[in-house]
Write a protein of this length. Structure first.
Length: 377
């Protein structure tokens, strides 16, 4: 084989080795970091290019490779590099997936390869504990972001935020048991946008925040996750840690606009923003995506409990502007929605069916009795 060409054996990554890449990806990825010795997907290749001191990227198929690079790739590979750089990832630390936002991927790569936080000869990463940070928070009644002080008291299981930098009285005291955090960069309109939600008097309160530093916002996110894991271990002492980790924080399974009608099914259809929280089995809706509180919600039980979702609308019912519809059936009533396209309709159907077909989690069993009366208002 002529020097400088990538050997054919490296064009096809072993499936087991591909699974050890930084994020889920199809077999035979077309990109590689020849400085780290790993194969990566197209999305991760873009992230790696931003850190030339840490990683250098080539195309497996289009670029030339000299023999020393080929040998380096052969002697390393995803499984070996993963074993080295992910030897001690703490359970609370969020490992980004392919669909996650850029800041999570960037900071994961920096934590692993630049700061080398998880290699074996370093001390294990301990839970962050108490933490204080200033975040830009969106006002409840307007779109202005103002600087606010947030204080996490991990041992007490509390999060507080203050409107004044040296204020003594917090604006809100949030129990970690009621808290979720999810990056919502597109919705918030900032690359570091984080949505913090918690239950307040039976409703969901949304806080939309960001920090100018990607590292600071991801560190804050992981500090909240560490506090949540601590709470879950106390709440469910008999469950193994592996079953608690998926309950720490969660992303929405599906979000988007739909139109809804009322309980009599004769009310005008109104356009609303919907968010499906699969873990807590809630379908929430808002007038606007950045509303502080939901306008209504419905608890989604399981199929065995009489919950169902059907394609299309009941006879004689038509949406206002959108015609592709679906019906959510609960023991109490039917909820009628229309979607802006058939594609959106099918995505909502698939997401809702995923929730209804899954068994209730320990977290559901803890909160479901209080939610049994919830419905769309």
């Amino acid at each position: 084989m002529p020097p400088g060409r990538l050997r054919p054996s490296l064009r096809h990554v072993d499936p087991e080795d591909a699974d050890a890449a930084p994020c889920p990806q199809p077999p035979n990825p077309d990109w590689a970091s020849y400085k780290l010795g790993i194969f990566i997907c197209l999305h991760c290749s873009g992230v790696h290019r931003n850190f030339p001191d840490v990683s250098k990227v080539k195309s497996v198929r289009l670029d030339f490779w000299d023999d020393s690079m080929v040998e380096f790739m052969t002697s390393n590979g995803n499984l070996n590099v993963k074993a080295k750089f992910e030897a001690r990832v703490p359970a609370f630390y969020y490992v980004p997936q392919a669909s996650d936002c850029l800041v999570l991927k960037e900071q994961w790569i920096r934590a692993k390869y630049e700061r080398q936080e998880f290699i074996a000869h370093e001390k294990a990463v301990s839970p962050p504990g108490d933490r204080e940070v200033f975040l830009w928070k969106r006002g409840r009644d307007n779109a202005q972001f103002l600087r606010r002080r947030f204080v996490l008291l991990a041992r007490e299981g509390l999060l507080k935020y203050y409107t004044k930098e040296e204020g003594k009285t917090p604006k809100a005291v949030i129990h970690i048991k009621d808290l979720n955090a999810t990056f919502q960069t597109e919705k918030i309109g900032h690359p570091h946008g984080l949505q913090i939600t918690y239950r307040r008097e039976g409703r969901i309160r949304n806080l939309f925040v960001y920090h100018d530093s990607g590292k600071e916002i991801v560190d804050w996110f992981n500090a909240l996750r560490a506090a949540r894991l601590q709470y879950l271990k106390l709440a469910f002492p008999d469950l193994p840690e592996s079953e608690l980790v998926p309950l720490i924080t969660r992303n929405y399974l599906k979000q988007g606009f739909m139109e809804k009608t009322g309980p009599k099914q004769r009310e005008p259809f109104k356009k609303r923003w919907f968010a499906l929280d699969a873990l807590e089995r809630r379908l929430l809706y808002y007038k606007n995506p950045l509303d502080a509180f939901e306008q209504g919600q419905v608890f989604l039980g399981s199929q065995e409990q009489g919950y169902e979702v059907c394609e299309d609308l009941p006879k004689g019912i038509r949406g206002n502007r959108w015609k592709a519809g679906l019906t959510v059936i609960t023991p109490e009533r039917k909820f009628i929605f229309t979607c802006p396209s058939e594609k959106e309709q099918q995505e909502w159907l698939e997401s809702l069916r995923d929730v209804l077909s899954s068994p209730l989690s320990p977290l559901n069993l803890l909160t479901a009795p209080a939610e049994s009366g919830c419905g769309l208002r």
